[in-house]
Design a protein. Structure first.
Length: 544
C-alpha cells in the first residue's frame, strides 16, 4: 500500500515517501527530492496498533541539567524544497522542523497542555468576541543578522507570506481583514468574524517571522530569530544549522544540528538503532512499530484521513454521481487495504478520526458492503453510466500492489477499472492538483489532532484551495465553519459527528485509515519540545 504529509500536508501517496510535500501547487518541486523505499510483503511487515498510540511526548523527565553538545544528527523525513515558510509547508514532513529551528514561531502548540502558548510572542489576547486579537512580542528579540524583531517586522513578514501565496495564505485572507502594528511590540489582528482558535495559524508558516533582509525567490536567504541559523546546505545530502548565540531564550546547548536526507524510512530506523542518527521521523505503521521498540523518546501525532483516495466530482467524471462515490466506498474494505500494506496487525477504518484521537465521534464511517455497492452501481449504470473508472497511483512496487487491490475490489462489484500508474510523484501531483486529470487518486488529507480546522477548510470547504475536484457543499461548508474553537472539545466532537454523517452521505473521498507521525530520538537525547504539525523545537535539546 502506498504510504502517506503538511504542511504539510496534503499529497499523493507513495510507499516510504508519504506526505513529502504539501498540497498547494507551490510545493510541486519538492516531490523531486523523494525516493521510495523497497517494498516489503505484508507478511514481513509489523504494524503499530493505532489504538495504543496517544498524542504527545514520551521522554525521560529526570535527565538532569543540560550539557554542552557538539552535534545532534537528525534523519529528516524529506529534503525541503525551500527554507522559506512562504514556499514550504510548515510540517515535519516538508522541512518544518528545519524551518522552526531557524525562525521559531509566534505561538507554539504545547503537547502537555494541548493548547497554543506564546513563543516569540509574550502574549496573545482576544477581545470579548474573539474577532480582534492583540499580540505582544517579547522585548529585545533580534534576527540572526542583528535586525530587531518588532511589530513592524511581524506585519511585514506576514504581508510577504500572503503576497507570495504561502501555503496557508488562502485561509489567512479569508479570516484576517487586517494586521497592523499598534506599538513597537504590539500587533493587532482584525478578523472577518470570531475565531477562538486563531492562535493555531500563528504556530505554523504565517507565525514564522522572516527578516526583511531575507528577500525572496532565488535571492532568498533564511534569516530568522530562532535558536539556530543556516551554516551549509548540500542538496540531496544534508543541511547544517549552527546555534544562534543571541537566541531570546538563551544559546542552545547544541552547537550544530545536522539534518541528513535519508529518504528510506527503514534505513533511518536502522541508523537510529545503530547510533548513526540521534533522532528521526517515520510514519509508515511498520516502521513506527519498529522505532517504538527501540525505546528512547517519542513525539506522536495521529493524522486522520491519511490513507485515502480522492474522487473527482467534476462534471464529466464518474464521481459527479453521488451513487458512484458511495459505491466506490462500499466496495473497498479499509481493513483489507491496510492489511495489504502493513500486515494483519494494521487497523483500517473508514471513520474519519479513530478512537485514539480527541475528535473521535459516535458516528461510524461508511460500511464495507459489496451488495450495496452493486446496487448503487447498477442504479447509476441504468441511468447511462458505463461503469468505467480510472485509478491513479504510483508505479512503485507496493503502490502498484495497492492499486491492484483497489482494482480487484471494484471489479468484484461491477466496475471496469483502468490503472494509471505514474512513475513519479511529480506527475501524480500534476495530474491531480494542477490538471484535474483523474477519476480516483491515491492521496492523503492529513487532519491533525492539535487543530484540524485549517486543513479541513482547505480540503473540504468550497473556498478551500486543496479540494482538487472533490465534492463540496453548503452543508459541509457550514459544518467546517463551526470548527473554529478546538479548545471546546465537546462541541468540536459534536461537529465532527455531523461531518462524519456528511462524509458518509456524500463521500468526497475514500477513507481507509489513519496513521501516526512518530518522531523518535535516542535514550540519551533530552530536552526535545513538540510543536504544531509534528515539528520539533530543539532549542533546549542536548545529549547526555
Amino acid at each position: 500500500m502506498s504510504t502517506r504529509h503538511p504542511g504539510a500536508a496534503l499529497l499523493p501517496r507513495s510507499n516510504g515517501a508519504r506526505r513529502l510535500i504539501a498540497a498547494a501547487a507551490t510545493t510541486l518541486l519538492a516531490f523531486t527530492t523523494v525516493s521510495c523505499s523497497e517494498a516489503k510483503s505484508s507478511a514481513e511487515k509489523e504494524a503499530a496498533d493505532t489504538s495504543v498510540l496517544r498524542e504527545g511526548i514520551t521522554a525521560d523527565k529526570d535527565a538532569g541539567a543540560p550539557t554542552e553538545t557538539a552535534k545532534l544528527r537528525f534523519g529528516s523525513y524529506a529534503e525541503p524544497r525551500s527554507l522559506d515558510p512562504a514556499v514550504s509547508i510548515a510540517a515535519a514532513t516538508t522541512g518544518g522542523t528545519e524551518m522552526l529551528n531557524i525562525y521559531d514561531s509566534l505561538m507554539r502548540y504545547d503537547t502537555t497542555s494541548q493548547a497554543f502558548v506564546p513563543q516569540l510572542a509574550e502574549n496573545l489576547e482576544p477581545n470579548a468576541t474573539a474577532d480582534v486579537w492583540t499580540l505582544t512580542l517579547r522585548p529585545n528579540v533580534t534576527f540572526t543578522n542583528g535586525d530587531t524583531l518588532d511589530a513592524a517586522a511581524v506585519v511585514a513578514s506576514i504581508d510577504r507570506y500572503v503576497t507570495l501565496q504561502g501555503p496557508e495564505s488562502a485561509l489567512w485572507k479569508r479570516h484576517v481583514k487586517a494586521a497592523k502594528a499598534t506599538g513597537d511590540l504590539t500587533v493587532e489582528f482584525t478578523l472577518a468574524y470570531p475565531w477562538p482558535g486563531f492562535a493555531s495559524i500563528l504556530s505554523t508558516g504565517p507565525g514564522m517571522i522572516v527578516a526583511e533582509a531575507a528577500k525572496s525567490g532565488e535571492e532568498f536567504v533564511p534569516i530568522g530569530a530562532g535558536p539556530f541559523q543556516l551554516k551549509t546546505w548540500k542538496p540531496q545530502e544534508r543541511l547544517l544549522l549552527t546555534r544562534n548565540p543571541d537566541y531570546w531564550d538563551g544559546a542552545p546547548p547544541i552547537a550544530e544540528l545536522d539534518f541528513a536526507f535519508v529518504n528510506d524510512q527503514g534505513a533511518r530506523v536502522d541508523s537510529l538503532r545503530a547510533g548513526d542518527l540521534d533522532a528521526t521521523m517515520v510514519i509508515d505503521p511498520d516502521q513506527a512499530a519498529a522505532i517504538l521498540k527501540l525505546g528512547g523518546g517519542h513525539y506522536i501525532n495521529i493524522t486522520a484521513a491519511n490513507n485515502v483516495a480522492l474522487i473527482n466530482a467534476r462534471e464529466g467524471h464518474p464521481g459527479a454521481d453521488v451513487r458512484v462515490r458511495q459505491a466506490l466506498q462500499a466496495a473497498t474494505d479499509p481493513q483489507f487495504m491496510m492489511t495489504k500494506a502493513y500486515g494483519p496487525a494494521a487497523i483500517g477504518s473508514s471513520e474519519l478520526f479513530p478512537d485514539a484521537t480527541r475528535w473521535t465521534s459516535e458516528v461510524d464511517g461508511p460500511a464495507f458492503d459489496m451488495a450495496h455497492a452493486k446496487k448503487l452501481l447498477g442504479e447509476a449504470m441504468a441511468d447511462g453510466y458505463d461503469g468505467r473508472i480510472t485509478y491513479l497511483e504510483s508505479s512503485e512496487p507496493s503502490s502498484r500492489d495497492s492499486a491492484l487491490a483497489v482494482k480487484a475490489q471494484l471489479e468484484a462489484v461491477g466496475f471496469t477499472v483502468k490503472l494509471d500508474l505514474v512513475d513519479n510523484v511529480v506527475t501524480q501531483f500534476t495530474k491531480v492538483a494542477i490538471d484535474g486529470d483523474y477519476d480516483v487518486a491515491a492521496w492523503g488529507l492529513v487532519y491533525r489532532e492539535s487543530d484540524p480546522y485549517p486543513k479541513m477548510f482547505a480540503t473540504l470547504h468550497s473556498e478551500g484551495n486543496q479540494s482538487y475536484g472533490m465534492h463540496t457543499s453548503p452543508e459541509m461548508d457550514a459544518l467546517i465553519e463551526q470548527l473554529l474553537d478546538p479548545a471546546d472539545v465537546d462541541a468540536t466532537r459534536g461537529v465532527m459527528a455531523r461531518i462524519q454523517e456528511q462524509l458518509n452521505a456524500q463521500v468526497p473521498f475514500l477513507n481507509w485509515g489513519a496513521y501516526a507521525d512518530v518522531n523518535a530520538w535516542a535514550a540519551n537525547v533530552h530536552g526535545v519540545a513538540g510543536a504544531s504539525n509534528s515539528m520539533l523545537l530543539l532549542s533546549n535539546a542536548w545529549i547526555k
